[in-house]
Design a binder for this molecule. Structure first.
Ligand code: NDP
Length: 321
C-alpha cells in the first residue's frame, strides 16, 4: 500500500479508503453486514494497509450504528494510526425541524454524538453530506471553521453537490478566511458518464482531493452482472430497489466490456481495474472509497494497489467512460 497526501493537506492516507455505509444496513429485511463481519472487514482493511475509514452519522439501522461499531473496533487499536471521516446533514432521529441540515444548531449537536459513538475526541475529516438550501453557506462554513479552530475536526469535506455550490463554498471560505473544503466525495466511477465532470474540473483547479463513492457502481463494475443474465442472489442488485436505474446504463455496459478486456490482459479482476483507473486519475488526487460485503471481496479489491494501467489502457477506459 502506498500513502499520499490528502489533497492539499499534510495528512497521509492509503490509496484506498474503506467505506462503512452497509454496516448494520437493512435491505429487504436482511442485515447486509453484521457486527462480526464489520469488525472482520475493518481488520482486513487495516491488515492490508488501509488507514482511511469513511462513515456518517446516519449509517446503519438504527442511525449511528456504523460509527458505534467502528468505535468499538478502534478501542482495541491506536486512534492515531487512522484517518477517520464522518458526515452531517441528514435527519438523525425524529422529525424535529432543527434535527437536520447544516445549521449551527444541528452541526454542533451532531458532532457531539459522532465523537461519542466513535470514542474519539476529534475527527480527521468532517464532510457535509449534502448541500442545505435552507441554511446560508456562510453560517455552515463559520460553524465548521469553529470546529477546526477548537480541534474537534482537522479538515473539512463536501459530498454530492453541484459544481457551482462547491465553487461558491470555496470562494466564501477564501474571502472570509475560513477553513475550506479540502476533500470532496461525489459518486464517481468509470461508468458514471459526464454528470460530474464540471465538479471534477473545480476539484482539479482548486487542488481539492476527490474520494469517489460507489467506485464500483455498487458492484456493477465487478462484472458480476450480465447483460441478459439473472441478478446474483443476495447481491445489492437483488436486495435494493432501482439498482439498475441508479448504476447501470447502455454506455456503462460498454465501459464494463473495456474494463473486462483490460483485466484479462493484466491477469487482474474487473473490480481491480475499475478501482485502479480511479487511483490513477491524472487531473486530481483520487482516493476511491471501497465498499465490500465480504472479506473476500475486500481482499480482491485491495489488489487494485498491486496493478498498474498503461497510458493506453487508462485512455481506453476514459474514452469509453
Ligand atoms: P461500491 O460501488 O464499491 O459497491 C460496493 C458493493 O459492490 C459491495 O457492497 C458488494 O455488494 C459489491 N462488491 C464490492 N466488491 C466486490 C467484489 N470484489 N466482487 C463482487 N461484488 C463486490 O461502493 P458503495 O456503493 O458500497 O460505496 C462505498 C462507500 O462510499 C460507502 O461505504 C460509503 O462509505 C460511501 N458512500 C457515500 C455516499 C455519500 O452520499 N457520500 C453514498 C454512498 C456511499 P453485494 O455483494 O451486496 O452485491
Amino acid at each position: 500500500m502506498e500513502y499520499r497526501t490528502l489533497g492539499a493537506t499534510g495528512t497521509k492516507v492509503s490509496e484506498l479508503c474503506f467505506g462503512t455505509w452497509r454496516f448494520a444496513k437493512e435491505s429487504n429485511g436482511t442485515v447486509e453486514t453484521d457486527r462480526g463481519t464489520a469488525h472482520d472487514l475493518l481488520d482486513t482493511a487495516w491488515k492490508n494497509g488501509i488507514n482511511f475509514i469513511d462513515t456518517a452519522n446516519v449509517y446503519g439501522d438504527p442511525n449511528g450504528t456504523s460509527e458505534e461499531w467502528i468505535g468499538d473496533w478502534l478501542s482495541d487499536h491506536d486512534r492515531e494510526d487512522f484517518v477517520i471521516a464522518s458526515k452531517v446533514y441528514f435527519p438523525f432521529d425524529g422529525d424535529n425541524p432543527n434535527g437536520r441540515g447544516l445549521s449551527r444548531k444541528h452541526i454542533r449537536n451532531q458532532i457531539r454524538g459522532t465523537l461519542d459513538r466513535l470514542g474519539t475526541d476529534y475527527l480527521d475529516l468532517y464532510y457535509i453530506h449534502r448541500w442545505d438550501e435552507t441554511t446560508p453557506i456562510e453560517e455552515t462554513l463559520a460553524t465548521l471553521n469553529g470546529l477546526v479552530a477548537n480541534g474537534k475536526v482537522n479538515y473539512l469535506g463536501a459530498s454530492s453537490m453541484a459544481a457551482w455550490q462547491l465553487t461558491k463554498a470555496l470562494w466564501e471560505s477564501d474571502v472570509s478566511d475560513l477553513a475550506r473544503f479540502d476533500v470532496t466525495q461525489p459518486m464517481y466511477h468509470a461508468a458514471a458518464g459526464d454528470d460530474v465532470q464540471d465538479y471534477l474540473d473545480v476539484c482539479a483547479d482548486q487542488d481539492v482531493a476527490v474520494c469517489p463513492y460507489s467506485p464500483l457502481a455498487g458492484g456493477f463494475l465487478t462484472g458480476k452482472y450480465e447483460r441478459d443474465g439473472d441478478v446474483p442472489e443476495g447481491s445489492r442488485g437483488d436486495l435494493t430497489d432501482r439498482f439498475e436505474d441508479y448504476y447501470m446504463s447502455e454506455d456503462g455496459w460498454k465501459v464494463l466490456d473495456e474494463v473486462r478486456s483490460i483485466a484479462d490482459d493484466l491477469d487482474a479482476t474487473p473490480a481491480q481495474v475499475a478501482l485502479r483507473w480511479l487511483i490513477q486519475q491524472r487531473d486530481f488526487s483520487c482516493i476511491p472509497i471501497v465498499g465490500a460485503r465480504t472479506v473476500e471481496q475486500l481482499e480482491e479489491n485491495v489488489g487494485a494497489v498491486d496493478i498498474e494501467l498503461s497510458a493506453e489502457q487508462y485512455d481506453r477506459i476514459a474514452d469509453a467512460s
